[in-house]
Unconditional design. Structure first.
Length: 180
């Protein structure tokens, strides 16, 4: 696994992101320029954990300080110190590599290298219908905090739909990090 914040990986990450979120049950419209800007912004303050197989990016976890998440609910901001929290913005696994434990490997790598001196908690948000991800996060010690409705576009780029996203939380501590 590679940990980096170098922009040279943005094209590969964008390709994986597009594959992960334009097909299957979570299929939605992805604007390539908005995606590139989003990834550049994440890597300015955050880190990518990358998994390669035969020089092809097969899985990626992107994390950054919680302040990056512009949709972060007030409930979280008021109950936690946002400047002491990390945010897992994305966990993506190539369609042909799903079910092989790569999401678990990414989380293990994240918790192994997370800055637990300056940060006390980690958050992520996940679509309520993404049952494999919810199962992984639950087994990893994440607990539900709150939800938001996030407006998305169907793959046609015109029709709106709402994804209910669940915010999950986990404190950084030795006991719960051993569950992964």
């Amino acid at each position: 696994m590679v940990q980096t914040n170098q922009p040279e990986f943005i094209p590969a990450i964008a390709g994986l992101y597009t594959e992960a979120y334009t097909q299957g049950i979570s299929a939605q419209y992805i604007d390539s320029e908005e995606l590139k800007t989003y990834l550049i912004e994440i890597l300015k303050t955050g880190t990518a954990i990358l998994q390669f197989e035969n020089n092809i990016l097969t899985a990626c976890l992107l994390y950054t300080p919680l302040s990056f998440d512009k949709l972060c609910p007030e409930k979280i901001k008021s109950e936690f110190e946002p400047d002491k929290c990390l945010y897992i913005a994305e966990v993506m696994v190539s369609l042909s590599y799903r079910g092989m434990g790569l999401g678990k490997k990414l989380l293990t790598e994240f918790f192994k290298n997370a800055d637990t001196v300056n940060y006390n908690h980690v958050f992520l948000r996940v679509w309520e219908n993404n049952l494999p991800a919810l199962t992984l996060y639950s087994k990893s010690g994440f607990e539900r905090v709150t939800t938001i409705d996030q407006l998305k576009k169907m793959p046609d780029g015109k029709t709106d739909f709402v994804m209910k996203k669940i915010y999950l939380h986990k404190p950084f501590n030795q006991e719960s990090d051993e569950r992964i």
